[in-house]
Design a protein around this ligand. Structure first.
Ligand code: G3P
Ligand code: CA
Length: 350
C-alpha cells in the first residue's frame, strides 16, 4: 500500500549494484588477479551483510510496519488532544501514524477538533460568552458554541490547551495545514472526517475541501514519492463511498464502526460490501473481543484491521500494554489506535 523506500534501503541497493558491476568488470577479467579478486569478494560480502542488517532494522515513518501504532488525537494521554504539542509528542514516541479529526469553520477552513462544539476543549465560554445557541431540533435544549458559527480568525483566539494542564496554556486549535506541515515526512496521517453528512446537508462539501487541501500539498495521490502515507477514515460509509466513487480518490480509506455496529458492517456480507470502497476497517475494540473471527474474515478479503481506542492514564499502563499485546498477537490486529503510543511500542515487542 505504501510502496516507499527508505534512504538506507536505497543506499544498500545502490551499493549492491556498484559492487556487482565492479567485480564483473573487464579490469578484473583481464588482470586475472584471482587471489586479490577473491579477497575483495569476501570483504565486500561481509560489508554487504553488515549494511543489510543495519538497513533491515532501520525505522522509517514511511515504511509499512508489521504492527502499526496510530496515535489517537496525537499522544493524547499526555498532551491536549488534537493539538500540535500532542502531535509532536506522538512523533517523538515513534508513532507510525497520527490520527486526528477534521471540522469546518464558518469561513470553510479545515481545522483539527474532535467535537462539533468548542466548549469541552477550549475557553470559548470566556472569550465569546454570547455566541452559544440551542440547535434546531436539540431536545436537550442545551446551549452550545458550534464550530461552524465561528471563523478561523475567531477560533485562533481560543486556548485549546489549558483544560489539559496549565503548562499547555494558550495552545491554539491547529488548522489542517499546520497539522500536515508538522507531521510531513515524519509519520503517516490517519485523517478522520467528522460528521461529513451534516456538513454536506449545510451545503459544505467537506470531502472536496479535504481532497483539495491534500492536492495542494501533493498528498492526494498514494503514488507520489516523498510523501507520508495518508489514510482517510470516517464513520460515514456514504462519505467514504463519495470519496472513492464520485471524487475518484486513490487514497486508502478505513470505515470506522461503533461498538453496536448497527449497520452490520462487521458480518461476512458487510465486510464484502466494505471491501468495495475500503482498504481497511477501524472497529471499536469491543467488537473484536466479542467476535475475533471478524479479523480473519477481514484479512481474507485483504482488509487491514485497526481497532480503537486503547487508552490509560500515564501512571497505570501495564494492563493497557497487555491488552494491546493481545490485540496484536492473539487477535491479529494490524494496528492499534491509542492515546498512549509509547505503551503500544512496548506491546509490539513483549
Ligand atoms: O480513530 C478512531 C477514533 O478516533 C474514533 O472515535 O470519537 O475518538 O473520533 P473518536
Ligand atoms: Ca477520531
Amino acid at each position: 500500500m505504501f510502496g516507499l523506500e527508505t534512504k538506507a534501503q536505497e543506499w544498500h541497493r545502490d551499493l549492491t549494484t556498484l559492487c556487482a558491476f565492479f567485480l564483473s568488470s573487464a579490469v578484473f577479467r583481464r588482470c586475472g588477479l584471482a587471489i586479490l579478486k577473491r579477497s575483495l569478494q569476501i570483504a565486500l560480502a561481509v560489508l554487504l551483510t553488515i549494511s543489510y542488517l543495519v538497513t533491515a532494522h532501520h525505522h522509517s515513518p514511511c515504511a509499512p510496519p508489521t504492527k502499526t501504532i496510530i496515535a489517537h488525537r496525537g499522544a493524547s494521554a499526555y498532551a491536549p488532544e488534537n493539538t500540535l504539542p500532542a502531535f509532536r509528542l506522538a512523533l517523538e514516541m515513534g508513532a507510525d501514524f497520527i490520527e486526528y479529526d477534521l471540522q469546518v469553520t464558518k469561513d470553510k477552513q479545515l481545522v483539527v477538533l474532535h467535537d462539533e462544539t468548542l466548549e469541552r476543549t477550549t475557553n470559548v465560554e470566556e472569550v465569546f460568552p454570547a455566541r452559544s445557541r440551542i440547535a434546531a431540533g436539540d431536545k436537550s435544549r442545551k446551549k452550545h458554541w458550534y464550530i461552524y458559527d465561528f471563523t478561523l480568525a475567531e477560533i485562533k483566539k481560543l486556548d485549546a490547551g489549558s483544560w489539559a494542564g496549565a503548562n499547555f496554556k494558550d495552545t491554539p486549535v491547529p488548522t489542517f495545514q499546520e497539522t500536515l506541515d508538522i507531521i510531513r515526512g515524519r509519520a503517516g496521517h490517519f485523517i478522520e472526517l467528522k460528521k461529513p453528512d451534516d456538513y454536506n446537508a449545510r451545503g459544505v462539501d467537506m470531502e472536496r475541501l479535504v481532497l483539495a487541501q491534500l492536492e495542494r500539498n501533493n498528498l492526494a495521490n498514494p503514488d507520489s514519492q516523498a510523501r507520508p502515507p495518508i489514510i482517510i477514515q470516517s464513520f460515514s460509509a456514504r462519505s467514504l463511498q463519495k470519496i472513492a466513487a464520485e471524487l475518484k480518490s486513490p487514497l486508502p480509506l478505513h470505515l470506522l464502526t461503533s461498538a453496536d455496529d448497527k449497520d452490520g458492517w462487521l458480518t461476512r456480507d458487510g465486510l464484502v460490501k466494505a471491501k468495495r470502497f475500503c482498504a481497511g476497517i477501524s472497529p471499536h475494540k469491543a467488537s473484536l473481543s466479542k467476535n475475533p473471527e471478524i479479523v480473519t474474515w477481514a484479512h481474507e478479503l485483504g482488509l487491514r484491521v485497526t481497532p480503537y481506542t486503547f487508552a490509560a492514564t500515564p501512571h497505570e499502563t501495564e494492563p493497557l500494554r497487555a491488552e494491546m499485546f493481545r490485540f496484536f498477537y492473539t487477535l491479529k490486529a494490524d494496528g492499534v489506535i491509542t492515546d498512549n503510543p509509547d505503551v503500544a511500542e512496548k506491546a509490539k515487542t513483549k
